[in-house]
Design a protein around this ligand. Structure first.
Ligand code: GDP
Ligand code: MG
Length: 440
């Protein structure tokens, strides 16, 4: 396994501090093999490894883990980040009907996924959905969708024999407008390979129906061909996302990385079975684990890192007790506490702090954190070290520099003061280590 191979690579360098370039390159050769075994396309694996190599060189190896384990964790984190850094929700926020066009190779699961998506939108989001099959290439394809419509209680556009795809799409959108449907799902014809005639047809449909979402449906067993498929479709239509099917099978999930790397579009859903309720949100962390096959190592390194963060937090608490807690400390503290069950949870457990729970939960939502980071980086080092010098004029400058408001700057400063109080109480209660132990 990857673990054994990395073990061999690193046996000779146990106990060293930072990862050197030679160490990382040796490890990355093994990682590259693991990626290829998981069906990541070769050029994608190569690029990914280069990117992560750069990131890993010079990183400190956490106490109590081996360099090999450290590399696996770095690779895993980069995988998770690459697989899903942006929101994967469907954009239905348009003047109805929202048009969703499904494209992909024949047999990739377009028709099944169209019905799954229709069912999900109907049941979970209470949308009125109309499905239409534009597949005139294959006999009985339109009837297949009609059958799925009856199974899921979703309306399908009545079949008119001999109508070309662009006209079917226009009729579907017209019907949706007249009958007040929220969403129109267009299931397009399959293609065995990326071929010109069908691509032309797909482009014509896209131009005529102006879809809000154009989703590429891909079989997760697609291996080295993934790059061609992704490039072929992305070159012809403006994709907005990818759906991976057959994630219930043996696929290690490498196609997910290939698709992300080539299209740059989010993976919005995963098909996990033939049944019509087998469509899930895409989970980057699970798929990363599947690609590397190193879930145990990842959680081991995470636990080791947490232990060290608790120790660091205790050091900080000691510093604070001496009356030192500046905005730099606030920032690192926010990040640490998030990992320990959250600020809100912490505040909720402390006598006299319950009132702050809501505010702290709020401060933790990621948008607020992004704003806080922007404000903190718009401050001078002096301001972060001595928050009391931040006067009205400085607040205006910080708000402008960070794209926030003076109110938000005020909130941040108030939060810092409240945190100082919390930290002092924590110290009195026996330190963060003791509290962390209470979270199990
Ligand atoms: P299309 O040609 O792209 O429209 O593909 P279909 O929707 O007709 O699907 C082809 C086959 O794949 C059917 O037998 C589906 O039941 C099956 N299928 C689709 N999605 C999944 C999935 O997520 N898991 C499994 N196991 N089978 C799937
Ligand atoms: Mg089909």
């Amino acid at each position: 396994s990857l673990s054994d191979r990395l073990g061999n690579v690193f046996d000779r360098l146990r106990g060293r501090g930072a990862l050197t370039e030679a160490d990382v390159r040796a490890a990355m050769r093994e990682v590259r093999v693991a990626l290829l075994e998981a069906d990541v396309a070769l050029p994608v694996a190569r690029d990914f490894v280069d990117k992560v190599t750069e990131k890993a060189v010079g990183q400190e190896v956490i106490r109590s883990v081996t360099p090999g384990q450290m590399v696996v964790k770095i690779v895993n984190d980069a995988l998770v980040e690459t697989l899903g850094s942006e929101t994967a929700e469907l954009n239905l926020d348009v003047n109805p009907p929202a048009v969703i066009m499904m494209v992909g190779l024949q047999g990739s699961g377009k028709t099944t996924t169209t019905a799954k998506l229709a069912k999900r939108l109907t049941e979970r989001e209470r949308k009125r959905v109309l499905m239409a099959s534009l597949d005139v290439a294959r006999p009985a394809a339109q009837e297949q969708l009609a059958v799925l419509g009856r199974q899921t209680n979703v309306d399908t556009l009545p079949i008119v024999a001999g109508q070309p795809p662009v006209e079917i799409a226009a009729r579907a959108i017209q019907a949706a407008k007249l009958q007040a449907y929220d969403v129109v799902l267009l299931d397009t014809a399959g293609r065995l390979h990326v071929d010109d005639a069908l691509m032309g047809e797909m482009k014509a449909v896209a131009q005529a129906s102006k879809p809000t979402e154009t989703l590429l449906v891909v079989d997760s067993l697609t291996g080295q061909d993934a790059v061609n498929v992704a490039k072929g479709f992305a070159g012809e239509v403006d994709l907005t996302g990818v759906i991976l099917t057959r994630m219930d099978g043996d696929a290690r999930g490498g196609a997910a990385l290939s698709m992300r790397a080539v299209t740059g579009k989010p993976i919005k859903f995963a098909g996990v079975g033939e049944a019509l309720d087998k469509l899930e949100a895409f989970h980057p962390d699970r798929v990363a684990g599947r690609i590397l096959g190193m879930g145990d190592v990842v959680s081991l390194v995470e636990r080791a890192a947490e232990t060290i963060e608790i120790e660091d937090a205790e050091k900080l608490a000691a510093k604070m007790a001496k009356g030192k807690f500046d905005l730099d400390d606030l920032w690192s503290q926010l990040k640490q506490m998030q990992r320990m069950g959250g600020l809100g949870a912490l505040a909720g457990m402390m006598p006299g702090m319950k009132g702050m729970k809501g505010a702290m939960d709020k401060a933790q939502d990621s948008k607020a954190l992004v704003h806080m980071e922007a404000m903190l980086s718009s401050m001078t080092a002096k301001e972060r070290a001595k928050p009391e010098i931040v006067n009205a004029k400085r607040k205006i400058r910080i708000a402008k520099g960070s794209g926030t408001t003076v109110q938000e700057v005020n909130k941040l400063l108030k939060m810092h003061q409240e945190m100082s109080t919390v930290m002092k109480r924590l110290k009195k209660m026996g330190g963060l280590g003791k509290l962390a132990a209470m979270f199990g």
